[in-house]
Design a protein around this ligand. Structure first.
Ligand code: 6R9
Length: 663
């Protein structure tokens, strides 16, 4: 049998190439393919060119210093992130829209650059009034409203580090993160709207803060108002509007060193407590700025929408810092994709907003695309999506089927798709097409960004030949890399730099093909070893969702005495295509059909031992499937840490299903 590592990553369709149209290429921010050769030959020169497009209060004296695994960039350079995102644009586009926001109930708000600048200055003055100083930490626990971005920018203006906690996280998660970074102030809101319900953020803060000894003040933005009862703790809590009531519309930006910390953002690993990823000022902003400009091809006339919450790194780099550093018009939405402005379930909310606001660039996640596939194409089809010109994907490997659906039903075969691979730790995008010059293949994130050096290696750290699967590494430091883990530098060294000394280890499997395109294969721990063959769960999932009855799939390896591991597939049927609940004949027929189908497509070795039809899958709140928990179910273990699950109830349902359907 041929070594499994030579099997193609995906299927027939995956080999299809999609080229940007000549019109797109001609007008693109990058249309010279030479950029790769030029920047890869001399990355330092490129980083300097990128950073020089920002506004520096004082130039750097040395580009970088590398004491493995610690890097510094733009040494002694001084700048301020908020003035790069705001003040810099006032003369040229002060009256242009900066943020266009829609709340879930349909309320709207627009801020021009001048207005956003004033709001940021007022809030920054308010924070200073509360005693927040350069170097202090501020927890931001906010809904998706412009005030979340305002709070982040205000921190960066006065040199405080923000630590944003996703608004869907629990009091416990909020408390743990706040204590780990020792935040002095918590910024929150009374509540926000989600699927027609009010989520009381302030209540959650009230549960957490008594256990956070470093927190002195809580600032509360009034998003909802009288409909929700909000109790304020005397001496500790202050309304946002009271705090800024008589503050000045100007606030001098703090002169920050390029290496001064900008923010901490916690990312949960599969084991251990969350890691406080630390990013600094100069390198991070350079990355967010230049990747947004070149990958999203941002132009002043675009209306750009990244659907991520500001609680994730994607929200940091591609809702707030990257687009605003480019002076772009940014769209923000508060609520759920399946809720209408009339307060009823409505699965076309995204497409409705794209049509009404004439959004031209959409950046979202495979999990959302797969949900829309499951709902059916009639929802996007009932809207005019002709304003769209570029689509992006992030967060997980995008299965070819989902890529093609996105291309056809959202992009109408006209919009290039940028599949962007990166991490909280990398700060900004690392592998992605440049849409005007790179032809795409479904499910390949294509090429490392100019100047970024990525490779695929084997267990020993030796470079894998083209077409062979292995482990992704970044072989040279880059300006927007994390600097450390807050309070735990030893863990930084161990997690990212010890597996292969001198190389950054992101923890993802990958393959590089003959054309130098990268295929991301999921987390390294999501690789199964079936009878000695490496099988990526992602590959099997992609094949499963190509079956007409299947909308989503998660595959895990279950221990097996003979084969080491055998694949188990958890699948969700497409609406209207799957067997009716209780129709055991139909369920058995589909089960057998799916097993044969996978065996035929990928080889008998990949034939799932069990197929479990389920209504839902356990996902993190950012939409990543938690295969670890499915593994626990299949192995009959006590479930591991479930605190980052979006909906813990999902597990009980799957457990029951698993017990009843296992052969
Ligand atoms: C930006 C973000 C990082 C992990 C990463 C990888 C997965 C993200 C991906 C992708 C394949 C893509 N990931 N984008 N895998 N293709 N385009 O998601 O950051 O939340 O830190 O997650 O997400 O496994 O290692 P973060």
């Amino acid at each position: 049998m041929a070594p499994d590592t030579e099997r193609p990553v995906s299927n027939v369709q995956a080999q299809q190439k999609f080229h940007p149209s000549p019109e797109f290429s001609r007008a693109a921010n990058v249309n010279d393919p030479e950029i790769y050769a030029r920047c890869n030959a001399n990355p330092d020169k490129f980083w300097e060119e990128c950073a020089l497009q920002l506004e520096w209060m004082k130039p750097w004296i040395q580009l970088s210093e590398w004491n493995p695994p610690h890097a510094k960039w733009f040494l002694d350079g001084k700048l301020n992130v908020s003035s790069n995102c705001l003040d810099r644009h006032l003369a040229g586009r002060g009256d242009q829209r900066a943020i266009i926001w829609e709340g879930e109930p349909g309320d709207q708000k627009t801020l021009t650059y001048r207005e956003l600048h004033a709001e940021v200055c007022r809030f920054a003055n308010g924070l200073r009034r509360l005693g927040v100083q350069k170097g202090d930490r501020v927890t931001i626990y906010m809904p998706m409203t412009p005030e979340g971005a305002i709070a982040m920018l205000a921190c960066s203006r006065i040199g405080a580090l923000h630590m944003v906690v996703f608004g869907g996280f629990s009091a416990e998660a909020l408390q743990e993160r706040t204590n780990d970074c020792g935040a002095k102030v918590v910024v929150t809101a009374d509540a926000y709207w989600r699927r027609g319900n009010l989520v009381g953020l302030k209540q959650i803060v009230d549960e957490a803060v008594p256990h956070c000894p470093t927190v002195e003040k809580v600032v509360v933005f009034q998003r909802v108002g009288a409909t929700v009862k909000t109790s304020m703790v005397e001496g500790r809590d202050i309304w946002w509007h009271d705090l800024i009531a008589d503050t000045s519309l100007e606030c001098d930006p703090e002169e920050m060193d390029a290496e001064d910390p900008l923010f901490i953002l916690y990312t949960s690993g599969s084991t251990g407590k969350p890691k406080g990823i630390l990013h600094t000022t100069g390198g991070y902003l350079t990355g967010a700025y230049i990747t947004t400009k070149l990958i999203f091809d941002i132009k002043p006339e675009d209306l750009y929408w990244c659907t991520a919450d500001i609680g994730w790194v994607t929200g940091h780099s591609y809702v707030v810092y990257g687009p605003l550093a480019n002076g772009a018009q940014v769209f923000m939405y508060e609520g759920s994709p399946d809720w209408s402005t009339e307060g009823k379930p409505g699965r076309d909310r995204f497409w409705d907003m794209i049509e009404r606001h004439k959004i031209s660039i959409l950046y979202t996640a495979p999990t959302l695309i797969r949900a829309c596939m499951k709902w059916g194409e009639e929802y996007p089809a009932s809207h005019d999506l002709s304003s769209l010109r570029l689509l992006g994907s992030v967060g997980e490997p995008i299965n070819p089927e989902a890529w093609l659906w996105y291309h056809k039903h959202i992009g109408h075969e006209r919009c290039p798709i940028v599949d962007t691979w990166w991490q909280t730790e990398t700060g900004s995008i690392m592998i992605s097409p440049l849409p005007g010059i790179v032809s795409t293949t479904p499910a390949s994130a294509t090429k490392p960004f100019p100047g970024i050096k990525a490779e695929v290696v084997n267990e020993k750290g030796e470079r894998q030949p083209a077409g062979q699967k292995g482990i992704l590494v970044i072989t040279q430091p880059w300006p927007w890399m994390l600097r450390t883990i807050w309070g735990d530098d030893a863990r930084y060294v161990k997690t990212y730099w010890s597996r292969f000394p001198g190389m950054y280890f992101p923890g993802d499997g990958a393959m590089e093909d003959e054309d130098g395109n990268f295929w991301l294969l999921g987390r390294v721990d999501d690789i199964m070893l079936v009878a000695g063959h490496n099988i990526s769960t992602m590959e099997m999932e992609s094949v499963l969702i190509e079956h007409p009855a299947i909308a989503e799939a998660a595959v895990i390896g279950k221990p097996d005495d003979v084969k080491g591991q055998v694949p188990v597939a958890f699948v969700i049927a497409r609406e209207g295509h799957g067997p009716k609940p209780g129709d055991h004949d139909a369920i058995h027929k589909l089960d057998a059909e799916l097993k044969d189908y996978v065996a035929k497509r990928l080889g008998v070795i990949c034939r799932p031992a069990d197929v479990i039809l389920t209504a839902d899958l356990p996902k993190t709140r950012s939409g990543k499937i938690m295969r670890r928990l499915l593994r626990d179910i299949a192995e009959g273990h006590i479930l591991g840490d479930t605190t980052t699950l979006a909906d813990p109830d999902v597990l009980a349902g799957i457990k029951e299903k698993y017990a009843s359907e296992e052969d």
